[in-house]
Design a protein around this ligand. Structure first.
Ligand code: ATP
Ligand code: MG
Length: 461
């Protein structure tokens, strides 16, 4: 990571902030500062700090409250409290709330620096150990594969945001790894031992969605025969992951906004306010900003969710990852199927490298698994690849009409139609309903076309 460590100074006096920043920067630390409690807490959400120098008296909130908030969020940062006069009462209070140390103005620079170095070492060790233990326990090894700049950036960002409670909005096409990223953030956060609760909001009707999220009390509606806890309660101290957040209706959005702001809610039909401590992660393959413009997504909720945004580019825009992913999945499915040491033939490899992967990593994973299962020798040839890849299928949708010379208009149109449909199916993870929606045709029409064009529309495996 960075220099010798990152330090945040929260103090309302400009002079103090500046002299501390200078002192620390001269010693090779990265120093940031904030003039209010609000600003300080916001900064703490955006990146991990090893140490916080915190004034006891702040204009908007007391330093002790800020201290409590920092410790409650499970941050690994050490905290040194700063006060204008020596008050054993405040010192006692501060150490009770978990402050690591305490200085009075004016301070002795040498002593302060010594303290800073000790505490930073300690908090760095604490953070590294905890992270390592968690990563090893959950996954054994890092599991987000890829060497592209895009993936490296994603990995860096995950390490940065994991320790905080910051909300992260993950965007990317279907199959690019959004859920994998969400799980990894959770698994490398201080919440790793608590639940990770994915919510698929996709097609649930409003009532069901709300009772799923918030729970209900007995008698809230006819089928509510007993009080039920919602997923927010299940996820307490852990992480809740909203998949396809763009599909949530406006009504539920308003409730969600309230939970994010207040960290509290009521069960359906209930009167008791329930407080929870959950981290919220969300994913979407829709353009939320556009939904905001169209009035289908609340702007305030959008900003609340988008504190940190993380974008997974489609696989075709980071082709250098393809060989690593192939190797990773060959190994994984080789092991699962007890067929180790398999490899793709050069022709198969070329097809895999050239294909445009509308279904992204998920499609690639499926293709490898299928090839492994069907293999009869150690070398996997093009015949083991799904049709849309082995025939270099949908890439040709955009290819020139040259290949079509000598064929009738009818044949050309059919060939195109076939490729477009295969492409839509692959993008929809072989769900015909979704593919029909994508193509804006009725499902029955799609079915007819699949039959007429003799398309193998089953997920090819
Ligand atoms: N970089 C990667 N390294 C290893 N495996 C990956 C990577 N990206 C995605 N995968 C794997 O690909 C599959 C699809 O990923 P995931 O479910 O996270 O995608 P998604 O973006 O949530 O898709 P959807 O929008 O369709 O829900 C999973 O099995 C996941 O483990
Ligand atoms: Mg997903």
């Amino acid at each position: 990571m960075s220099s010798k460590g990152a330090i945040l100074i929260i103090d309302d006096e400009q002079e103090i902030r500046e002299s501390l920043e200078d002192l620390l920067q001269m010693e090779g630390y990265e120093a940031d500062s904030a003039a209010t409690a609000e600003e300080g807490l916001r900064k703490l959400e955006t990146r991990p700090y090893g140490l916080v120098l915190l004034d006891v008296n702040l204009p908007d909130r007391s330093g002790l409250e800020v201290l409590k908030a920092i410790k409650r969020d499970g941050s690994d940062a050490a905290v040194i409290m700063i006060t204008a006069y020596d008050s054993s009462q405040t010192a006692f209070q501060a150490s009770k709330e978990g402050a690591d140390s305490y200085v009075t103005k004016p301070w002795d620079n040498e002593k302060l620096l010594l303290e800073v170095r000790n505490l930073l070492d300690r908090s760095r060790l604490r953070a590294e150990n905890a992270q390592l233990r968690r990563a090893l326990k959950r996954y054994g090894l890092p599991n987000i594969v890829g060497k592209s700049e895009a993936i490296q950036k994603v990995l860096d960002l995950i390490t940065q945001v994991a320790p905080s409670r910051a909300t992260v909005l993950i965007t990317g096409e279907s199959g690019t790894g959004k859920e994998l990223v969400a799980k990894t953030i959770h698994a490398s956060s201080p919440r790793a031992d608590r639940p990770f609760v994915p919510v698929n909001t996709g097609s649930m009707p409003v009532d069901l969605l709300e009772s799923t999220l918030f729970g209900h009390v007995k008698g809230a509606f006819t089928s509510a025969i007993a009080t039920k806890r919602g997923l927010f309660e299940v996820a307490d101290q852990g992480t809740i992951f909203f998949d396809e957040i763009g599909t949530i209706g406006l009504e539920t959005q308003a409730k969600l906004l309230r939970v994010i702001q207040e960290r509290e809610f009521m069960r359906l039909g209930g009167t008791e306010t329930i407080k929870v401590d959950v981290r919220i992660l969300a994913a979407t393959n829709a353009d939320l900003r556009k939904l905001v413009q169209e009035g289908r997504f609340r702007e305030d909720l959008y900003y609340r969710l988008n504190v940190i945004s993380l974008t997974l580019p489609p696989l075709r825009e980071r082709r250098e990852d393809i060989p690593y992913l192939l190797e990773h999945f060959l190994e994984k499915y080789g092991r699962e199927n007890k067929r180790e040491g398999l490899r793709f033939s050069p022709e198969a490899l070329k097809l895999l490298m050239d294909y445009h992967w509308p279904g992204n990593v998920r499609e690639l994973e499926n293709a490898v698994e299928r090839a492994v299962v069907l293999a009869s020798g150690p070398v996997l040839g093009p015949e083991l690849l799904p049709e849309q890849i082995s025939q270099n299928g949908s890439r040709a949708v955009t290819a020139s009409l040259e290949d079509m010379s000598g064929r009738s208009l009818f044949e050309i149109t059919e060939a195109y139609e076939r490729r477009v449909i295969l492409d839509a199916l692959a993008r929809s993870n072989w769900s015909q309903t979704e593919a029909a929606e994508r193509l804006k045709i009725p499902l029955s029409t799609l079915n007819q076309k699949i039959k007429r064009l003799r398309i193998n529309a089953k997920r090819q495996r």
